[in-house]
Design a protein around this ligand. Structure first.
Ligand code: DMJ
Length: 913
C-alpha cells in the first residue's frame, strides 16, 4: 500500500473541495513542518547525514535498476542470483506470483516515476522512449488483473503524470505527446472484459490478447477473487477516465466498490478475504488489514482524497471503526471472523499489514500507528527483515521476505507526521540491512529465509517502484525533489497521480452509482482529525512516549498479556478462556475446561470454537516449522564476499551445523562426481569441501567416501536439472539405516539451480570458498574493504558466471558438468534401478509434511520430526511462554476427535447466515 502524498495542505492552493477533504488530504502532511521544530527525543540527524543516506539510496537504486536494465530488460524482472531476466514460461512456475508477469517489461514500467522522484530525469526520458519502442501489451499471456492494474496501468499513469509535469517545466520531455497515456488507455480497455460478471466484481485473471471468454484465453473459469483484488482499482481507473475523458473505467471501478460495500457483513462492518464474483458470497470469512484486503481500505480513503467523493470517506470511516473495534489490539492487528468478530481467526500476522500505520497517518490516527510500527520495527530488528508472517509472540511463521516496501512506507509517513528523527534512524537501519543481507553482485535478492539469511533468485518490481521512493523521500528535503510531492497522491504501488484530477472531468462521478449517500450520517465517525501541528510542538516527546512502553515487546513477548481476552471475561471477573497455545493434555484443569466448552452457554461455545480453530492453526504451524530446517551455503570468496547465500537442506548425520560452529573451506569436485566409490582425487578434496552429485548410492556412503579422502565437509548437488528450492520443498538427507556416528563432517544438500551457482563460480574463479552454517554470517568487511567491487564489476562477474553456465564444457571425463548432463540415463543399470530416486526430489517427497516416512531410492528423505522436535525444544527453552512444542501428538489426536464438532460449528455458522 501507499498513501497520499496528497496533502494539498498547509496553505497550498487547493481545488474546490468539501472542507473536510482538506483535512483528510493533509492530516499527515501538514505535519512536515514539525521536522524543523523538533528539539527533544531521538537525536536530530544533521542535513549532511540525511544527504549521505539519500545518496546511498540513489546508489542502491542504480545498482538494482542498472542490473535490471543491463541483464534482464526487456524481461519482466531481474533474477539477481543468476543475473538474467525472468521470462515467464522459461522458468519453473512459481504459481500465482507469476501472474504479475505479462511479458511487458514490468520492472521498467514500474520504475518510471521512481526515476523522476530520484531526480534521474535523463534516465526517465530514456526509459519512456524504451517503453514506447519495446513494450507490447497484446501478449498471449494470462495475468492478474490486480497486479496489472497497480503495477502496469499505475506505472504508465504515474509516468504520464510526471512526463506532463516535466514537459510543462520546459526542459525535459518536450517531445512527449501523451504516448504513455495512450498505452494506459489501451491497457485499460484490455482489462475491461474482466468486469463482465453480474456482480461487477472483476475476474482475477485475464488473457492480455484473448480476454476472458475466447477459448484461447485459458482463463475465465475462476469463481473467487480477493477483496483487495476487486477493490483496488478506483485510483488508476478514475485517473484514466479523468485524464482521457473516457468515463467507462471509473464507472466500472466504482461499481465493484459499491458491490463490496453492499456485501460487507452488516453487523460487524467487516469484509472477508475472498468473495465469489458471481454470487457475492464470502468465500473466506476471516478479516484483517493485511493480505487479501489491505489496499481495499487504502483505496477507499485515497479515493476520497483524490476524487473528493464523501461516500468513500463514509465507507472508510465505517470500516475503520470496525477495524479499531475488532482487529486492532495495539500493537497487534489480528484477523477475526466477520460474523464473530470477537474471535481471532489466526495467531499470526502477515507482513503486508505493515502498510497500515501509514494509512492511519493519513486518517490522522497517529497513536496506534506509532504502536504498530514500533512492534514491527522490533520484529525487524530481531530478524533483519519482516518475515512474511510472524506469530503473536513474534516467532517466524513464514520465513520468506521478498523485499517488501510496506514498512518503509509507514516509516516515511510517520516521519512526515511526527518529525521525530527516530524514524530517520529506522530508515537508516533498513538501508543497512538491505545492503548487508540482500545486496548481491547483480542487484538485490529477496530473502528466502530470514532465519538463515539465504536468498531467492527474485527481485520484484515493487522493490523499485516503492522501496526506493519511500527511502529517498524519507531523507530528502523539499529542494531535493524537482517537483512538489504534495501535489500528488501515492497509489498502492507508490505511483504518483496528481491531485488536480479531483477537479477534472468531475462530471463523471456525478452520474455514477456510488453516492446513495446524499445525506451523510456523520454520527459514526469523527469529522475532525487530531491536529498534529498543535499536538507535536506542544509535546515533542509524544511519539517517543507512545513507543516507550513497547520497547521490549518482542524480546519479552508474553502472548497471554498481549492478545485480547474477551471483555466479558474481564467484566465478570471470570478466568480468561483457555487458549490453544496454553493447553496441556496432562493438566486436569484444562481437560475439565475442554469438556465444558460447547456446553450450555454461548460463551462456552464460542470459546470452544475459538479453541478448536486455534488448535488447527497451531497444528499446521507446528507442521510448517517441522517441514523446513534449512541451512545456508554462503559463498565468501571474491567477488561474492558472503553476499550470495544459497538455501541448503541438512543431513541427519554428520556434524550438526545448528549446534556447532560453521565450516569454512574451498570447494572441490570429487571424482567420481557421484562420490559413490573411493575418490580418485583425494589430493584435490583434502582439507576442502567436496562437491558430489546426488544419486546412485546413499547419501551416507557419499559422505564416508569424501571424508576418507580428507574432505572437511560435503555439498550434495541435485542431479535433477533445473530443480530449485524456489519450486521444490527442502528435505533432510537421511542416513543409510545403519549407525552413522562415524560420519563427522557436515553435509548439506543443494538443488540443481543453487548448486550450479557454485559450479559456475568455480569455472569462473577456480578458487571458491564457502561457509556451511545454519545461518548466514555477516559479510567479511575486511575482504570487502580490500576490494570494494563496484556494481559494474559485480555485474560483470555475475554476467560471466551466467554466460559460462550456459556453455557447459565437457572436457573432463567425470567432471561435474558432464555427470550432471548425463545423469538421466536412458536405460537404468541395476544400480540405477535401485536409485529410481533420481526422479525429482519433489516426486520423492513432494510434501515432506505428508511424506515423513517416504524413503527415496537413495534411502535419503525421511522423517524430520526428531531433529525438529529437538529444534523446537531448544526454542521453547528460550521462550517459556511457548509450551506447546512437545504436544504434537495430543493436539493431533484431539483434532481428530473434534473434526465432527468443527463441521457442526461450520454448519451452524452457515445456517446463521
Ligand atoms: C505492492 O505490489 C503493493 O503495495 C500491493 O498493494 C501489495 N504489496 C505489494 C508489495 O509488497
Amino acid at each position: 500500500m501507499s498513501e497520499a502524498g496528497g496533502g494539498r495542505g498547509c496553505g497550498s492552493s487547493v481545488p474546490q473541495r468539501a472542507p473536510w477533504s482538506l483535512v483528510a488530504a493533509t492530516a499527515a502532511f501538514c505535519l512536515v513542518s514539525a521536522t524543523s521544530v523538533w528539539t527533544a527525543g531521538a537525536a536530530p540527524m544533521s542535513r549532511e547525514e540525511r544527504q549521505k543516506l539519500g545518496n546511498q539510496v540513489l546508489e542502491m537504486f542504480d545498482h538494482a535498476y542498472g542490473n535490471y536494465m543491463e541483464h534482464a530488460y526487456p524481461a519482466d524482472e531481474l533474477m539477481p542470483l543468476t543475473c538474467r531476466g525472468r521470462v515467464r514460461g522459461q522458468e519453473p512456475s512459481r504459481g500465482d506470483v507469476d501472474d504479475a508477469l505479462g511479458k511487458f517489461s514490468l520492472t521498467l514500467i514500474d520504475s518510471l516515476d521512481t526515476l523522476v522522484v530520484l531526480n534521474k530525469t535523463k534516465e526517465f526520458e530514456d526509459a519512456v522512449r524504451k517503453v514506447l519502442r519495446d513494450v507490447n501489451l497484446d501478449n498471449d499471456v494470462v495475468v492478474s488483473v490486480f497486479e496489472t492494474n497497480i503495477r502496469v496501468l499505475g506505472g504508465l499513469l504515474g509516468g504520464h503524470s510526471l512526463a506532463i509535469m516535466l514537459k510543462e517545466k520546459g526542459e525535459y520531455m518536450q517531445w512527449y505527446n501523451d504516448e504513455l497515456l495512450q498505452m494506459a488507455k489501451q491497457l485499460g480497455y484490455k482489462l475491461l472484459p474482466a468486469f463482465n460478471t453480474t456482480s461487477g466484481l472483476p475476474y482475477p485473471r485475464i488473457n492480455l490478447k484473448f480476454g476472458i471468454r475466447k477459448p484461447e484465453a485459458r482463463t475465465g473459469t475462476e469463481t473467487d477473487t480477493c477483496t483487495a483484488c476487486a477493490g483496488t482499482l478506483i485510483l488508476e481507473f478514475a485517473a484514466l477516465s479523468r485524464f482521457t475523458g473516457a468515463t467507462i473505467f471509473e464507472e466500472y471501478a466504482r461499481k465493484a466498490l459499491d458491490f463490496l460495500w453492499e456485501k460487507r457483513q452488516r453487523s460487524s462492518n467487516l469484509v472477508g478475504v475472498t468473495i465469489n464474483i458471481h454470487t457475492g458470497d464470502w468465500v473466506r470469512k476471516d478479516s484483517g488489514v493485511g493480505a487479501g484486503i489491505d489496499s481495499y481500505y487504502e483505496y477507499l480513503l485515497k479515493a476520497y482524497v483524490l476524487l473528493g467523493d464523501d461516500s468513500f470517506l463514509e465507507r472508510f470511516n465505517t470500516h475503520y471503526d470496525a477495524i479499531m473495534r475488532y482487529i486492532s489490539q495495539p500493537p497487534l492487528l489480528l484477523d477475526v471472523h466477520i460474523h464473530k468478530p470477537m474471535l481471532n481467526a489466526r495467531t499470526w500476522m502477515d507482513a503486508l499489514l505493515a502498510f497500515f500505520p501509514g494509512l492511519q497517518v493519513l486518517k490522522g490516527d497517529i497513536r496506534p500507528a506509532i504502536e504498530t510500527h514500533e512492534m514491527l520495527y522490533q520484529v525487524i530488528k530481531k530478524h533483519n527483515f519482516l518475515p512474511e508472517a510472524f506469530t503473536t509472540d513474534f516467532r517466524v511463521h513464514w520465513a520468506q521476505h521478498p523485499l517488501r516496501p510496506e514498512f518503509a512506507e509507514s516509516t516515511y509517513f510517520l516521519y512526515k507526521a511526527t518529525g521525530d528523527p527516530y524514524y530517520l534512524e529506522v530508515g537508516k537501519t533498513l538501508i543497512e540491512n538491505l545492503n548487508k543481507y540482500a545486496r548481491v553482485p547483480c542487484g538485490f535478492a529477496a530473502m528466502k529465509d530470514v532465519r538463515t539469511g539465504s536468498h531467492e533468485d527474485r527481485m520484484d518490481s515493487f522493490f523499485l517502484a516503492e522501496m526506493f521512493k519511500y527511502l529517498y523521500l524519507l531523507f530528502a528535503d523539499k529542494e531535493d525533489i524537482i517537483f512538489d510531492i504534495e501535489d500528488y497522491i501515492f497509489t498502492t504501488e507508490a505511483h504518483l497521480l496528481p491531485l488536480w484530477l479531483s477537479t477534472t472531468n468531475q462530471s463523471i462521478s456525478k452520474k455514477n452509482t456510488t453516492s446513495e449517500y446524499t445525506e451523510l450520517d456523520d454520527s459514526n465517525f469523527d469529522w475532525t482529525c487530531p491536529n498534529t501541528q498543535i499536538l507535536f510542538p506542544n509535546d515533542p516527546l509524544y511519539a517517543q512516549s507512545i513507543r516507550e512502553p513497547l520497547k521490549n515487546v518482542v524480546d519479552k513477548s508474553c502472548p497471554r498479556g498481549i492478545i485480547r481476552v474477551r471483555e466479558e471475561s474481564f467484566r465478570s471477573g471470570a478466568k480468561p478462556p483457555l487458549r490453544a497455545r496454553d493447553f496441556m493434555a496432562t493438566n486436569p484443569e484444562h481437560l475439565e475446561i475442554l469438556k465444558k466448552m460447547g456446553a450450555a452457554s454461548s460463551i462456552d461455545a464460542e470459546d470452544g470454537l475459538r479453541f478448536m480453530q486455534e488448535m488447527i492453526e497451531l497444528s499446521s504451524q507446528q507442521q510448517k516449522e517441522q517441514q523446513l530446517p534449512p541451512r545456508a551455503v554462503q559463498i565468501v570468496s571474491h567477488p561474492f564476499f558472503g553476499r550470495v547465500v544459497l538455501t541448503a537442506g541438512p543431513a541427519q548425520f554428520g556434524l550438526d551445523l545448528s549446534k556447532h560452529k560453521e565450516t569454512r573451506g574451498f570447494v572441490a569436485s570429487s571424482k567420481p562426481y557421484n562420490g559413490c566409490s573411493e575418490l580418485t582425487n583425494p589430493e584435490a578434496v583434502m582439507g576442502k569441501i567436496a562437491l558430489i552429485q546426488r544419486g546412485q548410492c546413499m547419501f551416507a556412503e557419499k559422505a564416508r567416501n569424501i571424508q576418507n579422502a580428507g574432505a572437511i565437509g560435503g555439498i550434495v548437488i541435485d542431479d535433477n536439472e533445473g530443480s530449485s528450492s524456489d519450486t521444490a520443498p527442502l528435505f533432510q538427507m537421511a542416513g543409510d539405516g545403519k549407525d552413522t556416528d562415524d560420519i563427522k563432517i557436515p553435509m548439506l544438500f543443494l538443488f540443481s539451480k543453487e548448486g550450479s551457482i557454485i559450479l559456475d563460480a568455480i569455472r569462473e574463479y577456480e578458487e571458491v570458498e564457502v561457509l556451511l552454517s545454519d545461518k548466514a554470517k555477516d559479510r567479511d568487511p575486511e575482504m570487502e574493504n580490500e576490494e570494494q567491487p563496484s556494481s559494474e564489476n559485480d555485474s560483470q562477474s555475475a554476467e560471466q558466471i551466467t554466460s559460462s553456465s550456459q556453455e557447459v564444457d565437457l572436457v573432463d571425463q567425470g567432471s561435474p558438468e558432464e555427470s550432471s548432463l548425463n545423469s538421466q540415463p536412458e536405460s537404468l543399470s541395476p544400480a540405477d534401478t535401485d536409485n529410481a530416486a533420481s526422479v525429482s526430489p519433489s516426486e520423492q517427497i513432494s510434501n515432506p509434511m505428508e511424506n515423513h516416512e517416504t524413503t527415496s531410492l537413495d534411502g535419503e528423505c525421511t522423517d524430520l520430526d526428531n531433529q525438529l522436535q529437538e529444534q523446537s525444544e531448544t526454542e521453547e527453552d528460550s521462550n517459556p511462554n511457548v509450551s506447546w512444542g512437545k504436544k504434537v501428538q495430543p493436539i493431533d489426536s484431539i483434532l481428530a476427535d473434534w473434526n465432527e464438532d468443527i463441521e457442526a460449528f461450520e454448519m451452524m455458522e452457515k445456517d446463521e447466515l
